[in-house]
Design a protein around this ligand. Structure first.
Ligand code: NAP
Length: 255
C-alpha cells in the first residue's frame, strides 16, 4: 500500500534507502517519495534501480556495493551533495542464508556480517553528522528472527539480533541529540530474498506455504505492507519513539 498521496509529511526531507532495486527497499523508496521526500536509492545492480527511479520523480539512484571500501561515505556524500541535507537513513539492504550448523562455512558468515551488520554500521556512522543537523532518524531492517530463534538460519538470525541491539544502543547514545533510531522487523514477506539466497522458486514457494500455515493471520506480507511501517517510523510526528523494534509479521513472533 503506497503512502496516502495527501500525506506529504516528509516534504523537503532527504532519505537514503539501501537495497532500493527490489522488494521492501523499492516499496520503501516509493513510499518515501510519495510522502514528499527526495530519495537516494542504493543497490549494486543498475537496471532494477532504474526501474525504481522510474516510479517517482523524487527518486535518484546510486549503483554501488555498500560493502565496498569507501562505499558508505560515497553513499552519504552523494545524497548530501545532491540535496544539501539528510534526514533518514533506511538500512534495508540485507541477505539471508539457509545454513544449518552441519553445513556452516566461514565465507557465508563473513558475507552475512559484512552486509547485515558492518555496512549498516558504517553508513550510520557516515550519516550521523548530517542527521544531527536535521534531528533525523535511522531505521534498521531486522526480522522476526532477530528476536526469535531460526532453526537452519542461526547466522542470519544472529545478524538481525545484532541489528536490534545496535538500534537500542544507538538510540540511547543519540537520544539527547534528537536523532532517533528504530527497527522494523518483518516476518516472511513476498520478495526475491529467498531466490537471492539460492533457493529455487519451488523451494521458496514451499517455504512461503509452510510459513503461511504458521503465521496467526495466515498471510504472507507484501513489500508495501512493510514499507508502510518504515514510513510511519520516520514520521516526525512520531518523534517520541526511539530504540523500538516494530514487528510486522501477522503475529508470528507471538507463537
Ligand atoms: N522478505 C522477507 O521475508 C524478509 C523478512 C524479514 C526481514 N527481511 C529484511 O528486509 C530487508 C529487505 O529484504 P527483501 O526481502 O526486500 O530482499 P531483496 O529483494 O533480496 O532485497 C535486498 C536488496 O539489497 C540489495 N543488496 C544486496 N547486497 C547489496 C550490497 N552489497 N550493496 C548494495 N545493495 C545490496 C539488493 O540489490 P542488488 O542485488 O542489486 O545489490 C536488493 O535490492 C533485508 O534486510 C531482509 O533481511 C526480509
Amino acid at each position: 500500500m503506497p503512502a496516502d498521496p495527501l500525506d506529504r509529511n516528509l516534504s523537503g526531507h532527504v532519505a537514503i534507502v539501501t537495497g532500493a532495486g527490489s522488494g521492501i527497499g523499492r516499496a520503501t523508496a516509493i513510499a518515501f517519495a510519495e510522502a514528499g521526500a527526495h530519495v537516494l536509492g542504493v543497490g549494486r545492480r543498475e537496471a532494477p534501480l532504474n526501474e525504481t527511479a522510474a516510479a517517482h520523480d523524487n527518486i535518484d539512484v546510486l549503483a554501488i556495493d555498500i560493502c565496498g571500501e569507501g562505499a558508505p561515505a560515497k553513499v552519504v556524500s552523494t545524497a548530501v551533495g545532491r540535496w544539501g541535507r539528510l534526514d533518514h537513513l533506511i538500512n534495508n539492504a540485507g541477505a539471508t542464508a539457509v545454513m544449518p550448523l552441519a553445513e556452516t562455512n566461514k565465507q557465508t558468515i563473513v558475507d552475512l556480517l559484512a552486509l547485515n551488520v558492518v555496512a549498516p554500521s558504517l553508513l550510520a556512522h557516515e550519516a550521523l553528522p548530517h542527521l544531527r543537523r536535521t534531528s533525523g532518524s535511522i531505521i534498521n531492517l531486522s526480522s522476526t528472527y532477530g528476536h526469535r530463534p531460526m532453526a537452519g538460519g542461526a547466522h542470519y538470525s544472529a545478524t538481525k539480533a545484532a541489528v536490534e541491539q545496535m538500534t537500542r544502543s544507538w538510540a540511547l547514545e543519540l537520544a539527547g541529540e534528537g536523532v532517533r533510531v528504530n527497527s522494523v522487523a518483518p516476518g516472511p514477506t513476498r520478495t526475491d530474498v529467498m531466490l537471492h539466497a539460492g533457493l529455487t522458486p519451488e523451494a521458496a514457494e514451499d517455504m512461503y506455504a509452510y510459513e503461511r500455515d504458521r503465521i496467526p493471520t495466515h498471510h504472507i506480507a507484501s513489500a508495501d505492507e512493510v514499507a508502510y511501517w518504515i514510513l510511519r517510523m520516520a514520521d516526525p510526528a512520531g518523534r517520541h519513539a526511539t530504540g523500538q523494534v516494530i514487528t510486522v509479521d501477522g503475529g508470528l513472533e507471538l507463537i
